[in-house]
Design a protein around this ligand. Structure first.
Ligand code: PFF
Length: 431
């Protein structure tokens, strides 16, 4: 049997948008903007997305399409001994998935609570064992999608969910902007404070957020590129990056007006999504419906991202060990659920932690922050320095001056920026 393929370029783009648009856009981006200089943050963010994130995305697509296989086998075809680096990337993305699924499952839980009109307080929720049930449930949804294959599973789910997500987001934004707290909310969100641009931490926050949000450096885009036959990679990557950015920016236009309307504090982190927003929805008019819509939208975004992460190890087991898709999916799913269990249990009555830090928070730092950067470094170095230049040029439309500029970005700028971000993330912890 030949390799599975997307049904069309549109299907491929939608699946990639599905991967890129996730919890990172709708919940993380707005509060990072709000706490890093408001509108001024858009400058480092735009630079990060288009100068560093987008080239890395194109590189991943190029490696995937050229080698026609997933991360480990692709790295192996570049240099035999690079398979170890490939496994490292697959391990990192699997570990990110293991805790990303936990947050996805909370989102699903809140979508259900609001649909039935009975929002639960976050503390009460995590004091119970309900999170475990939802962890299993959302894991099964991701499993079922990937098991159905590239076209019938991943692509189909994205084709349905992405348009629905956009419509819900537009409805929510339109509603929020007519609420009394809109002017204050938008002022908080976007009032530019240009002095923050002198702070290196703001720049590393922008780099980290851009790589996470675009799902680059993790082998996801490489794997998705391996199911692609033709088409201009720069054009596809630009569409994906612009869509990802617009959805992130729009999300802030719905969140802050609502928070300010309810007179609450625009908190950061877990509190914003699972404490502040639920109490906003219990206070404002049409709150139950809006809450149900919001969490359903967030679940759609999280599901398509989790699916893309699961596809990386599944495709690896298929390509490197010859397993059929169904068996590979079952095996990987079981491993991921086991890996995720400590994170899932860290926000239950059991309160599992390590050195006093909940397992989930620890995983977010070790894998989602440091691991993500390390994987990005591996990807840019293996692809940029060791893949035959002629092969890359063949994928990105020739070897003219544009491609030469591109190679400089990939070889020097992207690794440099990733290293700076890595140092920044260590300093944040030390400081
Ligand atoms: N891009 C996703 C988000 O913004 O939530 C998260 C993500 C997906 C990160 C896939 C990494 C990845 F490989």
């Amino acid at each position: 049997m030949g390799r599975e393929k997307w049904s069309s370029t549109t299907g491929f783009i939608l699946a990639s948008i599905g991967s890129a648009v996730g919890i990172g856009n709708i919940w993380r981006f707005p509060y990072i903007v709000g706490s890093n200089g408001g509108g001024a943050f858009l400058i480092p963010y735009l630079i990060s997305v288009f100068l560093f994130g987008l080239p890395l995305m194109v590189l991943e697509f190029a490696i995937g399409r050229r080698t026609g296989t997933s991360v480990v086998a692709a790295f192996q075809s570049i240099r035999k001994r690079f398979s170890v680096a490939g496994f490292a990337v697959v391990a990192i993305v699997s570990l990110i998935l293991s805790y990303y699924l936990v947050i996805t499952s909370w989102v699903l839980a809140y979508a259900c609570f609001f649909t039935f009109g009975r929002p639960m307080e976050f503390g009460a929720f995590t004091d119970s064992y309900l999170p475990l049930a939802f962890f299993l449930l959302s894991g099964l949804a991701v499993f079922a999608t990937v098991r159905s294959g590239v076209r019938e599973g991943i692509e189909k789910v994205a084709r349905y969910l992405i348009p629905i997500l956009v419509v819900i987001l537009l409805v929510l934004v339109a509603f929020s902007l007519t609420e009394p707290g809109a002017p204050d909310g938008i002022r908080f969100y976007l009032s530019p404070d240009y002095s923050t641009l002198a702070d290196p931490a703001v720049w590393t926050a922008a780099f980290g957020q851009a790589f996470f949000s675009l799902s680059v450096g993790m082998g996801v885009m490489l794997t998705y590129g391996s199911y692609l036959e033709k088409g201009n990679l720069f054009r596809s990557a630009s569409v994906i990056a612009v869509a990802d950015m617009l959805i992130a920016i729009l999300a802030g236009f719905m969140i802050f007006p609502l928070v300010f309307t309810a007179g609450l504090d625009p908190a950061a982190g877990v509190n914003l999504a699972f404490v502040t927003l639920p109490s906003v929805f219990t206070e404002i008019r049409f709150g139950m419906v809006l809450g149900a819509l919001f969490f359903a939208m967030l679940f759609a975004a999280a599901l398509t991202s989790a699916v893309s992460m699961l596809e990386v190890p599944v495709a690896t087991v298929m390509d490197s060990y010859g397993y059929p898709r169904r068996r590979a999916t079952l095996l990987v799913f079981a491993v991921i659920m086991l890996l995720g269990l400590p994170s899932a249990l860290s926000y239950t009555a059991l309160e599992l932690d390590l050195f006093g830090i909940p397992f989930l928070d620890l995983s977010d730092y070790v894998f989602g922050t440091v691991g993500l950067i390390v994987a990005g470094l591996i990807m840019s170095i293996v692809g940029g320095w060791f893949m035959d230049r002629a092969r890359i040029c063949g994928e990105i439309g020739g070897c003219g001056w544009q491609q030469r500029v591109y190679m400089v970005l990939i070889r020097y700028c992207v690794p440099a920026v990733l290293l700076i971000t890595l140092v920044g993330s260590f300093l944040r912890v030390a400081g």
